[in-house]
Design a protein around this ligand. Structure first.
Ligand code: GTP
Ligand code: MG
Length: 277
């Protein structure tokens, strides 16, 4: 048997011409993303700091602290302790790069919006994440995580607006869907799609605890990688000391106003479930 191609499309099948496909019940669905190797390539700590030299397509994962990002990444790569599931939110402050199958990079962005960290540290994610996204020549897509039960916070809105302005292909992963019963879940997902103005096929209901959505997410990532570049790819020039020179691509700051966007005191930022504004 041949080794499955890592970026195998879930619907690709090899069978003799004219032969009917096997019935769904008898053949387990193929995994669209078989992880054969996973290597940590290092952290990017500041906007203009070190990052691994861009060579492979990148998919980045963003979300509020405690949204379930580490759990989602562990489920995605089917490794129990790949990304640490933390009891102390807000710990990861760097962008972490992981090489997958020598084919693409999985980019774990720092969780934002944790209330109990200092204001300085709170604001630090904005230039780091914005700089990374603007200046990464091979960024192919972003998976934005949102807790299915909560309305978007001010930081979530900043992030979503930034992604929309940049124009990067974005998937929404709605996490912790196991916390809602089936009927409430379906209703809530429809509500959120209307609130965000997205089609249901851009949204992936996810639960790391009940293993919901992993295969759909894997297939969606493969599609993003196969779709190729969505913007003209900047030319990356590595400096002698390993620092990127992408000054030609630096635009005006995107996150200008963080005073009003930390989620506090904004009536639309309630963490209680309800229809998002
Ligand atoms: N019910 C439920 N809880 C979850 C799920 N995913 C994560 N959690 C819980 O949510 C908490 C945060 O999970 P993490 O995966 O560490 O979230 P994170 O976004 O990586 O958090 P930080 O990195 O600490 O900001 C943990 O207590 C998890 O057990 C899920 O699918 N369902
Ligand atoms: Mg985490």
């Amino acid at each position: 048997m041949t080794d499955p191609d890592v970026l195998q499309h879930p619907h690709d099948e090899t069978r003799p011409a004219g032969e009917a496909p096997a019935s769904d019940a008898s053949v387990p669905a193929k995994d669209a993303l078989v992880i054969r190797s996973l290597t940590f390539s290092g952290p990017m700590a500041t906007e203009h700091g070190w990052r691994p030299e861009p060579q492979l397509p990148e998919i980045a994962f963003a979300g509020r602290s405690n949204v379930g990002k580490s759990s989602l990444l562990n489920a995605l790569v089917k490794r129990k302790a790949f990304a640490r599931v933390s009891r102390t939110p807000g710990r990861t402050r760097e962008i972490n790069f992981f090489r997958v199958n020598e084919q693409f990079m999985l980019v774990d962005l720092p969780g934002y919006g944790y209330a109990k960290i200092s204001k300085d540290r709170k604001a630090a994610w904005k230039p780091l994440i914005a700089g990374y996204m603007r200046n990464s020549p091979y960024l192919r897509g972003v998976v934005q995580l949102l807790d299915v039960r909560h309305d978007p916070t001010g930081d979530d809105r900043i992030m979503l607006d930034f992604l929309a302005d940049l124009g990067v292909p974005t998937l929404l992963a709605l996490t912790k869907v196991d916390k809602l019963g089936r009927a409430a879940r379906a209703k809530r997902i429809t509500e959120l799609c209307i609130a965000y103005g997205v089609d249901e096929d851009q949204v992936i209901p996810f639960s790391a605890h009940e293993n919901i959505g992993r295969d759909e997410l894997a297939a969606a990532l493969v599609s993003l990688l196969e779709a190729g570049p969505w913007r003209e790819e900047p030319v990356y020039v590595a400096r002698a000391e390993g620092e990127a020179d992408l000054s030609a691509y630096e635009e005006s700051p995107v996150f200008e106003d963080d005073e009003d966007h930390d989620g506090a005191g904004d009536a639309t930022d309630s963490d209680k479930s309800g229809t998002p504004a």
